[in-house]
Design a protein around this ligand. Structure first.
Ligand SMILES: Nc1ncnc2c1ncn2[C@@H]1O[C@H](COP(=O)(O)OP(=O)(O)OP(=O)(O)O)[C@@H](O)[C@H]1O
Ligand SMILES: [Mg+2]
Length: 456
């Protein structure tokens, strides 16, 4: 070029140690609107020299066609647009975002005002597919020596990864918030499904129990009424035979007594009856009750009473306690269909550290048989109201729950020891009382559920 000095034509401004510097030196600039580097204006040379040495991601768009000149740091941000973008008009290689980019560059050139933005989205195709990427950008005007704006220097910093990570984080936070907000509602809802299911189950079990109970009781009462009616019938027909009338009336009376026992058992179960808990002498009670026991369980079973002679005062309802002993004796009788031994013993005991029972002085009353015994799944359920293994009409399953209710309501405890095939012992722990004390406790609070101490 005429008048150009050697130094003016030099390419010394190009940093040959950078990849883009070497590319600039190696490139044939014949096709580029900016022409060969040696002939670039001083302003362009100075700016490109600066760009090539910078570590920041920088692209310079030069001239009316915004010819792209950029550095090593910038090249990766345009993917496969590099190296063909170098020295070419921007519109050729940024075609997919040109409608977005051109106004920005034009705006800076026209107004000379710097455009800057954080996490500015750009739609770009740089890896064979379109994607939205993000950059912190600062676009500023580069003046020529005459003051005119010849180019736009774009210092950028890609933030795509940070923006995406942040978006993902926000999304998961939102999901978590959502989950938290609905979690309580969902738990409540589930608790409501479980409760409904439980209620239905309980209701079904209750119906089953009531069905068994009414079946059993109706049958029992029917038998008793037949016995009573039969006795009256015989008495009416043979009213002239006093000996027989006596026997039949005794049979009728017995049946009526059984009916009374059954109904008082039911009443005790439904807790209509109130317990009269008073000090009573157990030894005396047992001895006085012996005759009734004997007549109830028949001659095949031998009764052994082992009651210490000393006074054994306890706190209990006398009538209920007698009924409990009778219930235990009847269970023993049923467990020994071909006879056996029934042993009843009472001794004073100090109890400490037993679950479900207050520490203190008790009397242990044991009712033991050497009958069929129970497998443990039966023993575990034996205290349950209406639990029976006996056929309809032979057992209502209320005997042991009467025993349990009586003892527990008077502040004691009860448990079963049973060995299948060998026999059963039911142990009642009754609170000891001072012989002189006159105590009366009326309890109406519902029975606690049988606890482990209650079963064995
Ligand atoms: N001494 C025992 N030996 C063997 N099994 C027993 C004994 N005592 C109770 N059982 C078992 O426990 C179950 C429940 O006894 P529970 O006295 O509560 O009811 P039941 O005797 O069946 O009927 P109910 O006493 O109301 O006429 C019995 O059906 C029986 O299976
Ligand atoms: Mg029974």
């Amino acid at each position: 070029m005429a008048g150009a000095s050697t130094s003016e034509l030099s390419t010394d401004f190009v940093d040959g140690t950078s990849t883009l510097g070497r590319l600039i030196l190696a490139r044939d600039w014949a096709d580029s609107p900016v022409g060969p580097p040696s002939r670039w204006s001083q302003g362009l040379k100075t700016t490109v020299g600066l760009v090539l040495r910078a570590q920041a991601q920088i692209v310079l768009f030069w001239g009316p066609e915004f010819v792209a000149l950029y550095n090593d740091a910038y090249a990766p941000t345009i993917g496969d647009k590099h190296p063909r973008a170098l020295g070419r008009p921007a519109r050729e290689n940024w075609s997919e975002l040109w409608t977005d980019l051109e106004p920005l560059l034009e705006g800076v050139r026209r107004t000379r005002k710097t455009f800057s933005a954080k996490d500015r989205p750009f739609y770009i195709e740089r890896h064979g597919y379109g994607e939205t990427v993000y950059f912190d950008v600062s676009y500023s005007a580069v003046p020529e020596a005459d003051g005119s704006v010849a180019g736009v220097l774009c210092i950028v910093s890609e933030t795509t990864e940070r923006v995406r990570a942040l978006a993902a984080l926000r999304e998961s936070e939102a999901r978590l918030r959502d989950l938290n907000e609905t979690l309580e509602e969902r738990i409540l809802e589930r608790t409501r499904e479980l409760e409904r299911a439980n209620d239905a189950l309980r209701q079904a079990q209750k119906m089953e129990a009531v069905g068994q109970l009414t079946g059993g009781i109706a049958h029992d009462f029917n038998n008793l009424l037949q016995g009573i009616a039969g006795s009256f019938d015989l008495i009416r027909r043979r009213s002239g035979d006093p000996e027989r009338v006596l026997r039949w009336s005794e049979a009728g009376l017995k049946a009526a007594e059984r009916g009374a026992r059954l109904s008082s058992q039911l009443l005790a179960f439904s807790r209509v009856q109130k317990l009269e808990i008073k000090p009573l002498d157990l030894s005396k009670t047992l001895i006085g009750f012996g005759a009734i026991l004997r007549s109830s369980i028949g001659p095949e079973i031998r009764i052994h009473m082992n009651v210490s002679a000393e006074d054994l005062w306890i706190l209990c309802d006398r009538v209920q306690l007698e009924m409990a002993i009778l219930n235990l004796a009847l269970n023993a009788r049923d467990a020994m269909p071909s006879g056996g031994d029934l042993s009843i013993a009472a001794i004073a005991q100090h109890i400490a550290g037993k679950p479900g029972m207050a520490d203190g002085e008790y009397v242990e009353l044991s009712v033991k048989d050497n009958g069929c015994g129970m497998p443990s799944p039966i023993a575990e359920r034996a205290f349950e109201p209406f639990f029976t293994t006996k056929e309809v009409g032979r057992g209502t399953g209320l005997g042991l729950s009467q025993v349990y209710g009586t003892v527990v309501q008077s502040g004691g405890g009860v448990r079963i020891e049973s060995i299948e095939g060998a026999g059963t012992t039911v142990l009642l722990y009754l609170r000891r009382a001072e012989p002189t004390t006159e105590q009366s406790i009326e309890r109406e609070d519902p029975l606690p559920a049988p606890h482990q101490w209650g079963r064995f």
